[in-house]
Design a protein around this ligand. Structure first.
Ligand code: SF4
Length: 455
């Protein structure tokens, strides 16, 4: 029997995060859509080509074999070309409707539909309910003009339907359909344990100029109940045997009161999981860090961005250098692993400020540092400014956080590339750091260090 829906995360042969850090995490957006489809009795399969290294030929073969009615493809900015090539592979193998979703398609829907006839529909923003509705309407021969959040071609003209309200009560969403993908495929660094990803919230009220989160999910934060998240963790542990969780919220600690309730519940339930999350330094203090550690939190991923206060203010990060220092030192005191994320080449960056950031991160004694390059993703204030100034590059495949795509007033792309290399070498090639970290982390650290310093 023919399949109703095939969902595809496109091939990704070039991701430096995958290559260097061995980061392979399940595509949660797709798995949420799959869960809602299953809940509605619609048959669905998922191909995560990025994780299992499947190719366009594999996509063709799967489409020929399963003959899906609709194929959904997700698109991020650095992988938009791969998403479009996937669509072409699908069209070569059959004639299903092709739907594109994800952040890149959300913001550049008009341009994509104009230039790519293989794409029939684009779903903007959160896609769970729009996708199910689209399936139902297409099966019944109804009018897609009634589906909120949909953009499509109608008699050669692009029709953009009104935006869809976001799903307000996240507790009503089913758990992501993790059973559709092999758990063995997912890892972070070289840690030899399968990992599951979980999301507890959507939306962010902050205004960081480089971030598109609120443009996709809105400025109001929507949280699941701590009880619902605990049940999902129990479900993951009992059905998949996974006890390592990465919380993928843009900022897990945005509501410290929620985190406190969640941690107390986790301790009470005694689930024995190890977990990591993102944190904002102005939304976490030593009491909360202590409690999180007691509840099994081993890793904090912190968006430091810069060691220069003026740059932090300019990008509207809303954090202070002193807060960053305090949180790193407290987390270290409690024995937590910390990952500092820095963006080099932000607006206003000079050789001096970049040097200051590198020195600052070394002093933080972070367990790991990720030196990305500032990237103006569609949907951000940064993108709008770059576009207004007429400096917008169109080589989307370079928007991978490792390849500089825009310079600053005083730094060229080449300068930023050199600074990034220097940052990795300076941070990772400190003898004392190597000794301490090898003792704590063992071989996985060695692999990560080796690849990071030779990009
Ligand atoms: S970077 Fe984090 S805190 Fe800032 S806007 Fe994005 S999600 Fe919110």
């Amino acid at each position: 029997m023919a399949l109703d829906v095939l969902l595809i995360n496109p091939p990704d042969q070039k991701s430096k995060y995958k290559k260097y850090l061995n980061i392979r995490i399940p595509p949660l957006g797709i798995l949420y859509i799959a869960a809602v489809l299953e809940e509605n009795g619609i048959s669905v399969e998922v191909m995560d080509c990025a994780a299992d290294d499947t190719t366009y030929a594999d996509i063709r073969e799967r489409v020929e074999r399963t003959r899906p009615f609709i194929v959904g493809i997700t698109s991020t900015t650095p992988l938009i070309n791969e998403a479009l090539k996937s669509a072409e592979a699908v069209k070569m193998a059959g004639d299903p409707y092709i739907v594109l979703g994800g952040p890149h398609a959300t913001f550049l829907h008009h341009e994509i539909l104009t230039e790519n006839t293989a794409i029939d529909f684009i779903i903007k923003g959160e896609g769970e309910y729009a996708f199910s509705e689209l399936y139902r309407i297409l099966r019944s021969g109804g009018d897609p003009g009634t589906i909120e959040g949909l953009v499509f071609r109608s008699e050669g003209v692009i029709q953009e339907n009104p935006d869809r309200e976001v799903c307000v009560d996240l507790n009503t969403l089913p758990y992501p359909a993790r059973h559709l993908l092999p758990k063995e495929n997912y890892r972070i660094f070289d840690v030899n344990m399968p990992i599951a990803t979980v999301i507890c919230s959507r939306g962010c009220p902050m205004r960081c100029s480089f971030c598109a989160s609120s443009a996709i999910h809105g400025r109001t934060i929507r949280k699941r109940s701590p009880e619902d998240v605990i049940e999902e963790i129990r479900h993951i542990r009992d059905t998949l045997g996974i006890s390592m969780i990465a919380f993928m919220d843009d900022t897990f600690t945005l509501m410290p009161g929620w985190v406190e309730t969640f941690c107390n519940l986790l301790i009470e339930e005694d689930l024995h999981i190890e977990w990591g999350c993102t944190a904002r330094v102005d939304r976490i203090d030593s009491d909360l860090i202590r409690l999180m550690k007691r509840a099994g939190c081993e890793t904090l991923f912190i968006g430091v961005e810069s060691g220069d206060q003026e740059i932090l203010d300019r990008i509207k990060k809303g954090t202070k250098i002193d807060q960053i220092k305090t949180v790193f030192s407290t987390a270290r005191d409690f024995g937590m692993r910390t990952i500092a994320s820095i963006a080099l080449g932000l607006p206003g960056e000079t050789k001096e400020t970049a040097k200051k950031s590198i020195a600052f991160v070394k002093k933080l004694h972070a367990s790991y540092a990720l030196f990305s390059v500032a990237t103006p993703y569609p949907g951000t204030e940064f993108y709008n400014n770059v576009r207004e100034n007429g400096n917008l590059p169109q080589n989307w495949s370079n928007f991978d956080l490792f390849s500089p795509v825009v310079g600053t007033l005083s730094l060229t792309l080449e300068d930023i590339r050199d600074i990034q290399k220097k940052a990795y070498r300076e941070f990772y090639l400190r003898p004392l750091y190597i000794l301490e970290t090898l003792k704590k982390e063992g071989r996985p650290f060695f692999h990560t260090m080796k690849v990071l310093i030779s990009p």
